[in-house]
Ligand binder design. Structure first.
Ligand code: HEC
Ligand code: HEC
Ligand code: HEC
Length: 448
């Protein structure tokens, strides 16, 4: 009887509430008018801007949010991001929602100027009109910052924007996201987030000889130019393909930055820090569902490494093993299993065995921290070893972890270590504050 009464009360309350909400909604529409977006739209726009990680590129170190001016190094010179606050002179204060959508959708500024694809419009083209309007409403609600845009410093001929016409013909396909009816709503939500707003392919796609990322290479992995970080393939299980991971491990990795299978570092740590940690459970799960099903495109036959054909000298193995025991085992354990999620496992960790050894070498040289997130509020760090280990030491210890405990990576050379030791650390100043890592795919198209 009590239960019955309670539920009757609940139903009554809900009915009253509903009656109350209806007139309120109508009021909102009357009072705010079409020009002033509802707070809920602004809130939604704020969330979507997080997913799109606009702040990472449009905020310079120590600068005002969204006021632009962040230098983006490319092989062709330096680009500077734009002020996207609602300042009428230097920002987008005079833009309409139409202008804004056109820019995201076509990669052309309000006056028709072709934008460099360092602005990830090749992915943002998939953003829906509704989402674009919400982001625009959010940006419009911010304080205008009266700060002029800085001229790009690109070498000739890359400074000539008309070159982009050829690049666009070859590599840019405008279009909206089309849900795949063969999959459910959750998968499609994940696909929309990963391919569109999340612009994951900006880094996780190999650029071809002409400097464009092509559809069949989507998510195939590649070295990020100027940054010397390798963004692994999300489609090959032997790199970071997630086919064998549980949804929980994928979700933990994306949102907390650490999971039982591994931790994020480098530019991916910045993506988690600035963007992914703020996503809802439902959106993170949708991304995980989609990522787990990414087809294993072009799964190549096992490399020489995987079939065990690589040789490592007995000297390197002995020296690497001794260094590992002395310097690494305290955190990663003698058996390479680590103590996840605090200390990631190195055994059976695809990110240690990838064809490119850039990431493990850089981790040992420079150390690092996973991002600080709500799910991992006090991340454990890894110390840098550049000062205490020679190039030979690092080559040996990285070779050792790449071939031990069932790992099948290729041993690394002293030269590979040296190249990375002397490379400038372009992302060091902003590794946590600002997302680095722009594939900058513009090269002079051979056909133009
Ligand atoms: C990876 C870096 C990066 C990200 C992420 C990024 N932008 Fe940009 N954006 C740029 C760069 C660089 C430019 C300038 C391009 C040029 O000069 O051709 C730009 C240009 C723009 C412009 C054009 C300004 C003008 O005056 O023409 C707008 C508007 C803009 N971005 C909004 C956004 C929004 C909204 C987001 C998030 C949904 C976003 N950007 C995410 C790098 C980025
Ligand atoms: C700024 C460049 C960049 C962007 C954008 C980016 N990534 Fe990454 N990602 C990397 C790099 C570099 C690594 C290798 C370092 C690591 O494993 O943490 C990586 C690693 C990963 C891994 C493997 C992690 C592991 O430890 O095995 C996954 C999964 C991943 N990214 C998913 C995504 C998803 C999903 C998105 C879009 C929401 C995305 N990435 C956007 C650069 C990027
Ligand atoms: C004090 C503890 C500690 C020590 C000592 C240590 N590490 Fe780490 N290591 C970590 C932590 C924490 C991470 C995760 C860092 C991140 O995500 O940025 C890590 C990450 C790594 C990674 C990347 C793992 C991944 O998921 O891809 C490699 C490779 C690595 N360590 C190798 C080594 C080697 C080799 C040594 C010895 C020369 C060593 N570590 C010593 C704590 C340690």
């Amino acid at each position: 009887m009590r239960v019955f009464l309670a539920s009757l009360l609940t139903i009554l309350c809900l009915a009253l509430l509903a009656m109350h909400i209806e007139p309120l909604r109508a009021q909102g529409a009357v009072f705010l008018g079409p020009q002033r977006p509802l707070d809920t739209t602004i809130k939604r726009g704020e969330y979507l801007a997080r997913v799109g990680d606009c702040v990472a590129c449009h905020t310079k170190h120590g600068g005002q949010q969204f006021a632009g001016g962040l230098p983006i190094p490319t092989p062709f010179g330096t680009l500077y991001s734009s002020n996207i606050t609602p300042d009428p002179d230097y920002g987008i204060g005079n833009w309409s929602a139409d202008d804004f959508y056109q820019m995201l959708h076509t990669g052309k500024s309000r006056d028709g100027t072709l934008l460099y694809p360092a602005m990830p419009f090749p992915a943002y083209t998939k953003i829906t009109r509704v989402d674009s309007d919400a982001i625009f409403a959010y940006l419009g609600s911010l304080k205008p910052i009266h700060e002029s845009n800085r001229e790009n410093e690109l070498r000739f001929p890359y400074s000539n924007r008309s070159l982009l016409i050829g690049w666009r013909l070859l590599y840019f396909r405008q279009g909206q996201f089309k849900p795949d009816p063969a999959h459910d709503a959750e998968w499609n939500r994940g696909a929309y987030l990963v391919e569109g707003l999340g612009h994951c392919a900006t880094c996780h796609t190999a650029i071809n000889a002409l400097g464009g990322s092509s559809e069949d290479k989507a998510f195939a992995g590649g070295l990020i130019p100027m940054q010397n970080w390798y963004a692994p393939s999300l489609t090959l299980n032997r790199e970071a393909g997630l086919g064998e991971w549980s949804l929980k491990d994928i979700s933990d990795l994306l949102r907390a930055g650490a999971s039982m299978r591994g931790a994020v570092y480098g530019p991916m740590a910045a993506v988690v820090h600035n963007s992914l940690q703020y996503l809802t459970d439902a959106d993170i799960r949708a991304m995980a569902v989609y990522l787990k099903t990414l087809p294993e495109k072009n799964e190549a036959p096992p490399t020489a490494a995987e079939s065990g054909a690589y040789q490592i000298s007995a000297r390197a193995l002995a020296h690497g093993s001794a260094l590992y025991t002395a310097q690494c085992a305290s955190c990663h354990e003698g058996n390479g299993r680590g103590m996840p999620p605090a200390y990631p496992p190195l055994a059976q960790n695809p990110s240690i065995q990838m064809e490119s050894a850039v990431n493990p070498i850089r981790m040992v040289l420079n150390g690092g921290y996973p991002p600080q997130t709500a799910g991992n509020p006090r991340p454990y760090g890894m110390p840098p070893f550049a000062q205490v280990m020679s190039d030979q030491d690092i080559a040996d210890v990285v070779s050792y972890i790449r071939v031990s405990w069932g790992n099948h990576g290729k041993p690394v050379t002293v030269e590979e270590v040296n190249t990375l030791r002397v490379a400038p650390l372009l992302d060091s100043s902003c590794s946590m504050g600002v997302a680095r890592g722009q594939r900058f795919p513009m090269r002079k198209p051979a056909v133009a």
